[in-house]
Design a protein around this ligand. Structure first.
Ligand code: ANZ
Ligand code: ZN
Length: 837
């Protein structure tokens, strides 16, 4: 084999290394041998369901997709190599607003736009060599898919888990649609950027709140999820323990509905500091008071236009008006004025709060504005660093009670219990648990979505369609007039028969929130052609997903809804596990100039340009090399070029090796010292790569290791014939180790080194523990704590022998000369310290 580096780095001519041809050949082989088909019949413990979040078919893959799908692919390919029966499917989250916008703009039906995009993106994915089992592909706009969503919705409806309710919604005046709270960013629509209005509309809701407690507690067992994601989910569910306190309403009969007012508080310890009560504008008490008070009615009306989502209620300007009524304090009998306030939500707690301006910031701001009394009842604990200055802000920390009569001196817990008991004793309070989580409003006033399978009959009301009439098919040949959904004017769609009385009826024109489709797609991949019912036993076999890979932007809603659906499906007997995703990998972002890469970055953001120029493997390798998966990083094309050069060099190296003399059989005893060192490096790389792929989920380090191994092979002196076997082994390992990341080039190299199989479906080599054992190790020698030398020793050397060797080192000798060694400290495998004096 060649020994000089200049030789091995010689650039093979372009036709000797043609990624396009290498990739086409590998892909053709995988297709011909159906290499990535998952087996539904394999032994249960061998299955590995590897899933990357399916994309919205926007038209082009972007760098974020390339990162996500390459990561998932690397994980899945490694699992296949270690013998797992891997299911790695792909499909399309195909409903959604952009298709409608494109239709409106360019006059293309959304279905056609979507199908064209899917075709293009599928081709791009195939060119990247992802090991998907394409036989399971589907798009959520396929009637065979959404039919089951309709079916399931009706099941839930019949179980009482769906209800219809008029409710305030965030209305985007530009997109003409309802937005979820989280689609409202700074009071504006997330897509349109238009200020959001509040409107009332009848909506369908799924009772996710029935599952709030389980959705919360089950997080504790999700060991494979990042802590940060679990904490975001916990906050979103927002469980709080508090009490419901009943205040009397002055001058109303105590036993009438108007005679009491319930508030929810998490701070009963502040009860003696309540100086007024506040109710939501929609609260019955406010509505009743407004009947005789036009000014109040006008105020309540103006609150409807609050352009804010819940998250912003803390920051909006506080506005309110007194109702003229008073509440009666349950402990002191004192009269407290009742106000209407714009920051009190009707659908949280009881829609009313006891206001404690000294200890709640919103109440404090409100009290300052309307000149209401502020009474301090909590002081910081003596040993705390907190300070209380009510001229500047409320004191919101826990502390010790003051100005609270017999409760003075109690801490938070003591006061919580004592005051709760006192209230309970007089029937004025009971402990409750509240969740910030709301039921899931699934209606969207849009065309390009799954039709909600409900029927409006003048006689029977709103009723579910018959199962036998499913799917309610979304008409795909439509023309848009403005942004309004074409469904609202399409007679072919609208006219139907009432499933109850058989009379003429009208179809519901709202479609589902597209989060519905993405909440169960993973399970459908397991049984993509199941016809009776939505999932069959294959879903039980494959779920839960073993590794789920996706963007951090889905950390809350998508994952929460999918977890909810999994539990719903479990309760229908469709799956038999409690959670859908065992391990979760949340990716960092691909950045350009410090912000998320987007179409605006032009060619740089288009992976196709890079694939065409450098080949898919170079793009994949650069992407994996750039950063650990959960970190965001700045994208640079230079990285792709660098990896392309490396792959080419590695190819040349393998080619040169196989062109030389055949390697002898490996005999570790015959290896030179350098040959042994190479062998150790190769086995170490294999060992560590296995850990990186399988446990650490860090692939940048794998790429570096292959770089190093390739260099080490190149640096091995070529004068000892038996070492050639170590080189053969090292090259073979380099090829296998790199194969999940750069699957095409490595398949080519695999064939070059004489293998006839498909590398992707062969197996990960075993590490030889003997190869990892070091003959000698280096010990750092210190004299009085300062490094004075290094010695080569046997790994198991004892302190005396090490000292004797160390004293043979000239430099160490210099510092010990004329002194006595008083103490010898050996840290095995690391250092030897001689204490002299
Ligand atoms: C009195 C009080 C004193 C409060 C104090 C806080 C601090 P979480 O933890 O989110 O559950 N609240 C109750 N219902 C409300 C509604 N419908 N709209 C707006 N605010 C409402 O928050 C519970 C606290 O939020 C409750 O405790 C209540 O204010 C307020 F020093 O009651 B508190
Ligand atoms: Zn009817």
């Amino acid at each position: 084999m060649a020994t000089n580096t200049a030789d091995t780095q010689a650039d093979p001519s372009a036709d000797e290394f043609d990624p396009r041809q290498i990739e086409a050949a590998a892909q053709a082989r995988w297709a011909a041998e159906d290499s990535f088909a998952a087996s539904d019949n394999a032994a249960e413990d061998d299955k590995f369901f590897c899933l990357s979040m399916f994309p919205y078919p926007s038209g082009q893959l972007h760098m974020g997709h390339v990162r996500c799908y390459t990561l998932g692919d690397v994980i899945g390919r490694y699992q296949r190599l270690i013998g797992k029966n891997v299911l790695q499917p792909m499909g399309w989250d195909a409903f959604g607003l952009p298709a409608e916008n494109a239709a409106i703009k360019h006059n293309i039906p959304p279905a056609q736009w979507t199908r064209d995009n899917i075709a293009h993106m599928r081709e791009q994915m195939q060119s990247l060599g992802f090991a998907f089992d394409w036989s399971r592909e589907f798009a959520t706009c396929d009637p065979e898919y959404y039919r089951w969503e309709q079916w399931f919705f009706i099941r839930l409806y019949k179980k009482g888990l769906v209800y219809r309710k008029s409710s305030m919604v965030n209305w985007d005046p530009v997109d003409q649609t309802v937005l979820a709270n989280e689609q409202v960013v700074d009071g504006k629509g997330w897509r349109s950027g238009a200020p959001v209005e509040r409107r009332e509309l009848p909506q369908y809701f799924l009772k996710i709140t029935d599952y709030a407690e389980e959705l919360l507690t089950a997080l504790d067992e999700l060991d494979g999820w990042p802590e940060s994601v679990k904490s975001m989910q916990r906050n979103w569910i927002g469980r709080s323990r508090g009490i419901e306190i009943v205040f009397g309403v002055a001058d109303e009969p105590a036993d009438s509905a108007a005679g009491s007012l319930s508030v929810y508080t998490t701070r009963p310890d502040t009860l003696l500091g309540a100086t007024y009560l506040a109710v939501a504008p929609e609260h019955p008490l406010a509505q009743a008071a407004a009947q005789a008070d036009p000014e109040l009615a006008a105020f309540i009306d103006s609150c409807r236009n609050v352009k804010a989502a819940e998250a912003e209620l803390a920051t909006i300007e506080k506005r309110g008006m007194a109702t003229g009524r008073d509440a009666v304090h349950p402990l002191t009998g004192e009269r407290l004025p009742i106000w209407v306030a714009n920051f009190v939500l009707m659908d949280y707690g009881s829609g009313a709060v006891m206001s404690v301006p000294a200890h709640d910031q919103r109440d404090w701001e409100f009290a300052r504005k309307y000149d209401l009394p502020i009474v301090q009842v909590i002081e910081p604990l003596p040993d705390s660093e907190a300070t209380c200055n009510l001229e500047q802000a409320a004191y919101t920390d826990h502390g010790r009670l003051i100005n609270s009569g017999s409760y003075d001196g109690l801490d938070f817990e003591g006061a919580f219990d004592a005051i709760s008991e006192a209230l309970a004793a007089q029937g004025a309070g009971k402990e409750t648990v509240n969740y910030r989580l709301r039921d899931w409003g699934v209606s969207r006033q849009r065309y390009w979505g799954c039709p909600i399978p409900m029927v409006h009959c003048d006689d029977c009301g709103v009723v579910p369609e018959l199962e036998s009439n499913l799917p309610v098919v979304l008409p795909t040949e439509v023309t848009f007039e403005g942004v309004r959904s074409p469904l609202t004017t399409d007679e072919r769609f609208l006219a139907c028969t009432c499933p109850i009385c058989g009379g003429p009826a009208r179809r519901e024109t709202d479609t589902f929130d597209t989060f519905m489709e993405s909440s169960w797609y993973y399970a459908r991949f397991a049984s993509p052609d199941s016809n009776q019912p939505m999932l069959d036993d294959r879903a039980k076999f494959w779920t839960p997903v073993d590794h789920y890979v996706g963007g951090i932007e889905h950390a809350i809603l998508h994952l929460l809804y999918a977890r909810f659906f999994h539990k719903l499906m479990r309760d229908e007997g469709l799956v038999d596990s409690d959670e859908p995703f065992r391990q979760l990998l949340m990716l960092g972002m691909v950045l350009k100039n410090g912000r998320k890469m987007s179409k605006k970055d032009g060619d740089a953001a288009n992976p196709q340009t890079l694939i065409d120029r450098y080949g898919a493997d170079a793009v994949r390798t650069a992407m994996m090399f750039a950063a650990p998966p959960d970190q965001s990083f700045e994208w640079s094309e230079a990285g792709v070029e660098g990896q392309a050069r490396f792959l080419k060099r590695l190819t040349a190296q393998v080619r040169e090796f196989v062109a030389g003399k055949p390697a002898p059989a490996l005999d570790p005893a015959q290896l030179s010292k350098a040959g042994k060192a190479l062998r150790r490096k190769a086995h170490e790389a294999l060992d560590r790569a296995g850990d990186d792929y399988g446990r650490r989920i860090q692939f940048n380090t794998v790429v570096s290791r292959v770089h190093e191994l390739s260099n080490a092979i190149r640096e091995l002196p070529g004068d000892h014939a038996p070492d050639r076997a170590a080189v053969a082994e090292a090259l073979r390992f380099a090829v296998v180790i790199l194969s999940p990341i750069a699957p095409h080039v490595t398949q080519h190299l695999w064939e070059l080194i004489g293998e006839s199989s498909v590398l992707a479906t062969s197996s990960w080599p075993a590490v030889d523990p003997d190869a990892l054992v070091l003959d000698t190790i280096e010990l750092v020698v210190q004299v009085n704590g300062k490094v004075r030398g290094r010695i080569e020793v046997e790994p198991a050397i004892d302190a005396d022998a090490a000292q004797a060797l160390a004293l043979g080192d000239a430099n160490v000798q210099r510092f010990v000369e004329g002194k006595t060694v008083r103490k010898t400290i050996l840290v095995p495998g690391k250092l030897l310290n001689l204490v002299v004096g």
